[in-house]
Design a protein around this ligand. Structure first.
Ligand SMILES: Cc1ncc(COP(=O)(O)O)c(C=O)c1O
Length: 373
């Protein structure tokens, strides 16, 4: 079965692992992190062009630490989409704050600005736009709202390393940005994450939060946890970063083949919506997500692709506010509360375009649409 995403690893990663084992230094409790962690941070920092990068052990840790660093606590509200991986909401819950779920737009599945305006309250302390599938959110509008209400913006860029908005990297467009290097992401460290910020104070706090709130040993001055990235992971990340542009080019190429092959179903038959870049929003093509007008057609295409050995995945099934845990907490569980979220759950289908997808796989996908539509 061709997976929806798969790490692209090679001899260089293997050699780096052997080097680290040979050196026998697997982690460091220093405030600045270990040697590989610092090298990885420096490479990321210059790639995304930001003042500080703090590597941590997951995207979830990146989000949690970021919320702690801006002082989010019990009694606060944080706005975020329900159409995201549950980690975005869990990181809010971990601070004791209340997640307020906001709808998405149907064009690119990112947070809906009108719904943000509608749901903002005196308790709102932060907004977390998610650059879902690698699609940049409407950051200018989100930053305007945040400025007008004196609240913070934390980008969930866990899926969007390499995507740009007005030529700037996602994850660097607001107060703080969070990346994930989980095995399905465009680069991986197995498990891992990173936080990007241009704010010196947040950066200082974040380094402490990833290390039990300490600076020089046992001098805890604020609440933190062990969120450190191991050296083995950072070593893999360093090598993966060298290949990032090459991997993004392959993803783009694959996405172009699918777009060309499927465009008649959008332009002539009006049966699907294809993912569409604009002049100001460039994707990393983490996934190629198609919106179907008819949900039965989506099921037909999905099942056919799976039979053909190609993973086609329905994200997020169900959206966060419909999961049993959040449903039990929430008053926002009716279908008419987040209509576009419910629509996307039932109509969107994600297809693989990662570097290990072959041209043959892509033509198989196009052929499947021909058969099913
Ligand atoms: C949108 C989104 N947010 C947060 C996360 C959490 O990242 P991690 O799995 O590295 O904790 C992920 C990825 O898994 C994600 O896709």
């Amino acid at each position: 079965m061709l997976p929806i995403n798969k790490p692209w690893l090679g001899d260089e990663e293997k050699q780096e692992i052997l080097n680290i084992l040979e050196e026998n230094v697997l982690t460091s409790p220093a405030n600045d992190g270990g040697k590989r962690v610092q090298e990885f941070e420096n490479i990321l920092q210059s790639y995304v062009d930001v003042k500080h990068v703090i590597a941590v052990n997951s995207g979830t840790s990146a989000l949690h630490a970021s919320l702690l660093s801006i002082g989010i606590k019990q009694g606060d509200e944080v706005m975020l989409p329900s159409f995201t991986f549950v980690a975005t909401a869990n990181s809010v819950m971990a601070t004791g704050a209340k997640p307020i779920f906001v709808d998405i737009n149907k064009q690119d599945y990112t947070i809906d600005i009108l719904d943000v305006k509608k749901k903002i309250s005196k308790n709102t302390k932060a907004i977390i736009p998610v650059h879902l599938y690698g699609h940049p959110s409407n950051m200018n509008e989100i930053n305007d709202i945040a400025r007008a209400h004196s609240i913070y913006v934390i980008e969930d860029a866990c899926q969007s390393l390499g995507s740009t908005y007005f030529q700037k990297q996602t994850g660097t467009l607001s107060d703080i940005g969070c990346f994930s290097f989980y095995a399905s992401k465009v680069i991986t460290t197995g498990e891992g994450g990173a936080i990007a910020t241009n704010n010196d104070d947040f950066a200082e706090k974040l380094k402490m939060i990833r290390n039990h709130g300490m600076i020089h040993g046992y001098d805890t001055t604020l609440f933190g946890l062990n969120l450190r990235l191991p050296e083995l992971s950072a070593g893999i990340g360093k090598i993966q970063m060298k290949k990032l542009d090459k991997m993004l080019n392959i993803r783009r190429n694959n996405a172009n083949i699918l777009s060309n092959g499927l465009k008649k179903y959008e332009q002539i038959h009006s049966i699907i919506n294809l993912p569409q870049e604009t002049i100001d929003k460039k994707f990393n093509w983490y996934l190629f997500t198609v919106g179907f007008k008819d949900k039965d057609k989506r099921e037909l295409v999905k099942n056919h692709l799976i039979k053909e050995g190609i993973s086609a995945v329905v994200y997020y099934d169900p959206p966060v506010h419909k999961t049993p845990y959040y449903n039990s907490l929430e008053s926002q569980s009716d279908d008419d509360v987040l209509p576009n979220t419910i629509w996307a759950w039932h109509h969107a289908l994600s297809l693989p375009v990662h570097p290990l997808v072959t041209e043959n796989d892509l033509y198989k996908i196009i052929k499947t649409f021909e058969i099913c539509i």
